[in-house]
Ligand binder design. Sequence first.
Ligand code: ZN
Ligand code: ZN
Length: 280
Amino acid sequence: MSALLQDPVDLQRQAISLPPQTQTDQLAERVVLTPQGAVSPPPGYSGMIEHSTSAHAFLEHSTSILFPVLFVLNVYFSFDRLYELELVWLAAVAIPLALVLGDFVGGLVHWAADTYFSEDTPVVGPALIKPFRQHHIFPRDICTHTLVSIVGNVCILAVPILALCLYMLWVSQHGLLAFAILLTTLMAAATVATNVIHKWAHQEKPSAGVRWLQRMRLVLEPRHHQIHHTEPFEMHYCITNGWLNPLLNKIGFFRRLEATLRFLGIKTTNARNSCDSRLM
Ligand SMILES: [Zn+2]
Ligand SMILES: [Zn+2]
């Protein structure tokens, strides 16, 4: 999800008090974003256009191009190193492990963004906290976002990590390092793919291939994700494939983590209490 520069709720409030011509302009802007050419946004859509700043858009686009290049180079060279050292079996371990760890890391970031900080927190507020919280109010807005706008923020973080991994592969011949880099690279890919998969979970008519992946539970299944958008809005934070959600629910992982942080003096921002307008 891209950084949001204008609050859709504020814009809706502004639209009510604007002169007629301006209201017409605002409406035209809504028509662009609503599906099937609807005049007013259906439930779950804000109908608002979101923009990144030009500097942020440059970073999103450049890293979205660099990420697949670095991904291929890291996978090729780390796999080649494991092959040379007759440790190919480690590559077979890395794939499922990356899918589980990628799901967990994404879930942890999602929980933190839903539970702590605020939209005004410097740097992470507009780039991370606000998109997650706006998503709870307008969950289907994600369906109107471009590929770059939904993977860009993660690519900005992933590209420097993959560049460092490639450098480490260059200077070290160690087999375990090659395994760690292959695992990190696959995890990064799972994390970058998360918002695309999340978007699929909110689409009204996903493609047949996507529906098959969802049915097989290889990616986030929409009904499974619906639980996150349902009261008390405090479960199913993992949104890559959701495999870990049942286990994390069972052991009360996030509640225990919150209790531990509360003990350390870090309080939640009670964002969940204000999310009663969530819709699929
Ligand atoms: Zn959430
Ligand atoms: Zn969602």
